[in-house]
Design a protein around this ligand. Structure first.
Ligand code: NAI
Length: 269
């Protein structure tokens, strides 16, 4: 049986951890050659080693998604290694929480925007030419439930993720108008149990909450399905958008959130 993305070449940013790692592993399991990039030089190679040990095909390239010169090098390297790029998953991101927007430093606002929004812009700017020479493909941008509705304490994060949501739609329209065969969609996870939740307080340089946030605890209260999501449940949605199963899907948003966006929690018992 052939995999759902057999023979395709995929680039996954932020692939060293959480959702990105799960996406890289699933795309590889379904037959893609995966280039994993991340700023984290320790965990990235571990993910790639796991994929290759399990019979997949993956390589790691260290990358800070905010660096434009590095983006040019990354795409050139993908071209050298594979001669094509079919799937781009712009996933790298951080979250910075503050009790009030009045306490957010401009430096933190800019750092979060640089990674979550500039990084996605650069990924598309530099990947599109190689994807166009491949004759088509799929771009998946990792937004958030926080890109669809507001969350107190996360206004800067919401601004970046709302930006990603509409950027995806606009690039989808550009690609459709070029007739280049490239589809573009955004994914909107709810509360997913990944290391990001433990990083939120430190990202805020101590201005945010001083205890790590427990996603399971938070999801139990806020999510109709009563639990946090797992990274592989997001990866399954990315695989659908990356594969030809979604060949008529572009400019849309895939919400994977245990029902949070649909309405309030109304569980019996
Ligand atoms: P994570 O913290 O486990 O993984 C994020 C990865 O991005 C890390 O490996 C980190 O090293 C990398 N990264 C951070 N800054 C980078 C930079 N400048 N250049 C390259 N890589 C960088 O987080 P998680 O949860 O896997 O998040 C992945 C994406 O999903 C993010 O965009 C996040 O905003 C989004 N998301 C996560 C949700 C959750 O509940 N976990 C909910 C909604 C969206």
């Amino acid at each position: 049986m052939t995999g759902q993305v057999e023979g395709k070449v995929a680039l996954v940013t932020g692939g060293a951890s959480g959702i990105g790692a799960a996406v890289a592993e699933l795309l590889a399991r379904e037959g893609a050659s995966v280039v994993v990039t991340d700023i984290d030089e320790l965990r990235g190679p571990e993910v790639v080693a796991r994929i290759n040990k399990n019979g997949g095909q993956a390589t790691f390239l260290q990358q800070d998604v905010t660096s434009e010169p590095r983006w040019a090098e990354i795409v050139a390297e993908v071209g050298r290694q594979h001669g094509r790029l079919d799937i781009l998953v712009s996933n790298a991101g951080i979250g910075i929480a503050v009790p009030s927007i009045t306490e957010m430093s401009l430096a933190d606002w800019r750092r979060q925007t640089a990674i979550n929004l500039d990084g996605v812009f650069l990924s598309v700017k530099h990947s599109l030419p190689l994807m166009r020479t491949a004759g088509g493909g799929s771009i998946v941008m990792m937004s958030s439930l926080a890109g669809l509705r507001g969350a107190a304490g996360l206004s800067g994060y919401c601004a970046t993720k709302g930006g990603v949501r509409l950027f995806a739609k606009a690039i989808a329209m550009e690609c459709a108008s070029f007739g280049d065969g490239i589809r573009v969609n955004s994914v909107h996870p709810g509360i997913i149990d990944t290391p990001i939740w433990g990083k939120i307080p430190t990202e805020a340089h101590g201005q945010g909450q001083n205890a790590p946030i427990d996603p399971e605890e938070r999801a139990k209260m806020a999510t109709p399905l009563g639990r946090a999501g797992q990274a592989d449940e997001i990866a399954a949605g990315v695989l659908y958008l990356a594969s030809d199963a979604s060949r008529y899907v572009t400019g849309t948003e895939l919400v994977i959130d245990g029902g949070m966006f649909a309405g309030g929690v109304a569980r019996k018992g």
